[in-house]
Design a protein around this ligand. Structure first.
Ligand SMILES: CC(C)(COP(=O)(O)OP(=O)(O)OC[C@H]1O[C@@H](n2cnc3c(N)ncnc32)[C@H](O)[C@@H]1OP(=O)(O)O)[C@@H](O)C(=O)NCCC(=O)NCCS
Length: 221
């Protein structure tokens, strides 16, 4: 069974209305279909790279290549998990969580999107809270960071409500568009505790914990 070698497939977080699960091949297909129905207004691009504007079938292939790359490139010191967000049995979006140099930096970065029909109902806040439970309670992270365009109000409000504070600016430079300014935000472990109001249960972490830990240093024989 693939789970014997890649136990991340058993990892999930359950919140009052949602399940966040380490995304499978079928979840990737569902995300591609969902993205095709629309994630944002045509005249507003919330992402740093405008992948949603690529014509099909290349848009779907681009998304799949990106998701598959996160499987193939996984290492304990540099990982990026795509968590499919499931509501009433249907995939409604994705919440990701990345730990670059995690066993030394103890910092995670995240990104997310929901299909348009599922936005504005508190799911964005709930899924971020579930991911934060995994990062802080499950993996002992010390900081979580997020970056949103300065005019992406829903994304910024999700972050601020959960206790993130402003942490400077980034300038995003796309292929064709003019540079855009993005707000960086940071959440400390203490602030996460103070703002933790959404219940979340983690399942399946013990089986894959070694995939988040560096191999012990070799001893001389
Ligand atoms: C960003 C996103 C994940 C947030 O999820 P969501 O479920 O829509 O957000 P919520 O319903 O949890 O609402 C979060 C906050 O934003 C506010 N909000 C939601 N939609 C809004 C809108 N269109 N305009 C203004 N405020 C809005 C809510 O009132 C809430 O504020 P509060 O906590 O102060 O009450 C979702 O909107 C989305 O997928 N957007 C498109 C992709 C995107 O921007 N991804 C992030 C890239 S950095």
């Amino acid at each position: 069974m693939i789970g014997d070698y890649w136990p991340l497939f058993g990892l999930r977080v359950v919140t009052p209305r949602l399940e966040l699960r380490y995304a499978t091949q079928e979840d990737f297909a569902a995300l591609v279909e969902l993205a095709d129905k629309g994630i944002h207004e045509p005249d507003y691009m919330p992402f740093s790279w405008a992948w949603t504007q690529v014509p099909q079938p290349e848009k779907g292939r681009t998304a799949l290549r990106y998701y598959w790359s996160k499987w193939a490139q996984w290492s304990a010191s540099d990982w990026h998990m795509m968590l499919a967000v499931v509501h009433e049995g249907r995939v409604i979006g994705v919440q990701d969580c990345a730990g670059r140099g995690f066993p030394k930096r103890w910092e995670i970065a995240s990104g997310s999107w929901l299909g348009r029909a599922h936005q504005g109902q508190g799911f964005g806040t709930e899924m971020r809270a579930g991911m934060l439970e995994l990062a802080f309670a499950g993996l002992d992270a010390r900081w979580a960071i997020s970056t949103s365009l300065v005019d992406n109000v829903p994304s910024l409000r999700v972050s601020r409500r959960l206790g993130y504070v402003d942490d400077g600016f980034d300038v995003l430079v796309g292929d064709k568009d003019a540079p855009r300014v993005a707000q960086r935000l940071r959440l400390t472990r203490d602030a996460w505790r103070e703002h933790r109001t959404i219940e979340a249960e983690i399942h399946g972490l013990d089986a894959c914990r070694d995939m988040f830990a560096e191999a012990p240093p070799k001893t001389k024989s």
